[in-house]
Design a protein around this ligand. Structure first.
Ligand code: XIL
Length: 332
C-alpha cells in the first residue's frame, strides 16, 4: 500500500520516515485548539506523522449541531492541514452513542424519521469529504461491555439493522473510502472481541460494505493486552478479508509504586509490543496514537487523575515510548 505521494521528503529520523518504509500509516488524533494555536504542536505533528484523525470535530454533535445545519469549519481546517503536509486522514466518527446533539435526543422519533436522519447525516458528511479520506470509523462502540448490542437511540428505534444500513449509506456516499467498525477493550480475545468478530463476520457474509476493524487500544501498563491474543484477533479478522488498524492508542502509567522512569519503560514496552504485532500482521495497515503529547491527552480528565499516556512529553520531547516505536519500525 502506498501512503505518501511525497512532494515533501520526511525527515529521515522521523516516525513517518520509518513507517513509510514499512508500508504502514502512523497517525495521531488531532485536537483543533492546539492545531490552531500552538506552532510546536503543528511542527511535531507534520514532522512525525503521515496520518491524522480528528479527535472530536467530525463527531455527530459538533458537525451536525442542528437538524438542518452542519459545521464543517474545524474539520475542514484539519483536512487542509493534512493535505498540506502529505498526511492521510481517518474520519472519526459517524455513529457514536457519546456524541448525540440535543436536537436528536430531546425528540421522540419514529423509525422512519430516525432512518431519514441517519441517512442524511451519513450522506452529507461522507459526501462532503468524498475522495479526501482514507478511512471512516463508520461505527463506533456499538457493542457494550457485556458483549451485547449497545442500547442506543438507533438500536431502540430503528432496530439492529441500523448498523448495516449505516455502512451501506456511507458506501453509497463514497464508494472508495474504507469503512471501519471501531471499538475498545476488544483488542485481544474475549467475549467482547468475539461479539465484534461475529458481527463483522455476519456483515461480510451478507456483502455489507465493511472493510476494516479499528482496535482503539486505550490500555494501561498494569493490564496490557497480550500480544499473542491481539495477533490472533487480527489474524481471524484477516481471514474474513478485513483490514485492521490500531486507531486510538494510549498507555496509562497510573500512579503505581515503581518510579517514573520504570513506569515509562513499561509503557514503552507496551507501545513496542503492539507496533510489533501490527507490523507482523498482514492486514494491519495503520498505527494511530490518541493525541500528540501528554499536554493534551484526554486521559487525565476522563479518569480524573493525572497521567502521561502518550509518546511525547508535555514539552513535546520524545519519550521512551517514541524511541521504542522508532526502534521497532527499524527492526527488520
Ligand atoms: C474522546 C476525546 O479524546 C475527548 O476529547 C472527548 O471529550 C471525548 O472523546 N473512544 C473514541 C474517541 O472513539 O472518540 C474518544 O475520544 C475516546 C474513546
Amino acid at each position: 500500500m502506498v501512503f505518501l505521494s511525497g512532494s515533501t521528503q520526511p525527515a529521515n529520523d522521523s516516525l513517518r520516515f520509518f513507517a513509510q518504509k514499512r508500508g504502514i500509516g502512523i497517525g495521531a488524533a488531532v485536537a483543533i485548539r492546539p492545531l490552531r494555536k500552538d506552532s510546536s504542536y503543528r511542527t511535531v505533528l507534520a514532522r512525525e506523522f503521515n496520518m491524522l484523525t480528528p479527535e472530536n470535530v467530525m463527531k455527530f454533535k459538533p458537525i451536525h449541531p442542528e437538524r438542518d445545519r452542519y459545521d464543517f469549519v474545524a474539520p475542514d481546517t484539519l483536512v487542509d492541514f493534512a493535505k498540506r503536509h502529505d498526511m492521510q486522514v481517518r474520519g472519526h466518527t459517524l455513529v457514536w452513542y457519546q456524541s448525540e446533539p440535543d436536537w436528536l435526543t430531546a425528540n421522540k422519533w419514529t423509525r422512519e424519521e430516525l432512518m431519514t436522519i441517519l441517512r442524511e447525516h451519513i450522506n452529507t458528511v461522507v459526501s462532503h469529504y468524498r475522495g479526501q479520506l482514507v478511512a471512516w470509523d463508520m461505527m463506533n462502540e456499538a457493542i457494550a461491555d457485556n458483549a451485547s448490542l449497545r442500547d442506543t437511540i438507533w438500536l431502540k428505534t430503528i432496530g439492529q439493522d441500523y448498523i448495516e444500513l449505516a455502512f451501506r449509506w456511507a458506501h453509497e456516499a463514497d464508494p472508495k473510502v474504507r469503512l471501519f467498525y471501531n471499538d475498545y477493550d476488544s483488542e485481544g480475545l474475549g467475549a467482547k472481541s468475539d461479539a465484534i468478530y461475529a458481527l463483522v463476520k455476519d456483515l461480510r457474509q451478507r456483502d455489507v460494505p465493511i472493510h476494516g476493524v479499528g482496535l482503539q487500544m486505550h490500555v494501561s501498563i498494569n493490564n496490557p493486552p497480550n500480544p499473542e491474543d491481539v495477533a490472533a484477533n487480527i489474524k481471524r479478522l484477516n481471514d474474513l478479508g478485513l483490514e485492521v488498524q490500531i486507531t486510538e492508542m494510549d498507555v496509562r502509567i497510573g500512579s503505581g509504586t515503581e518510579n517514573l522512569e520504570q513506569r515509562l519503560a513499561q509503557q514503552a514496552a507496551v507501545y513496542r509490543n503492539m507496533m510489533r504485532v501490527c507490523l507482523e500482521a498482514e492486514n494491519c495497515t495503520a498505527f494511530v496514537v490518541w493525541g500528540l503529547s501528554d499536554r493534551h491527552s484526554w486521559i487525565p480528565s476522563h479518569y480524573n487523575q493525572p497521567d502521561l499516556p502518550l509518546i511525547f512529553d508535555k514539552s513535546f520531547r520524545p519519550k521512551p515510548a517514541y524511541e521504542a516505536l522508532i526502534e521497532e519500525l527499524q527492526r527488520m
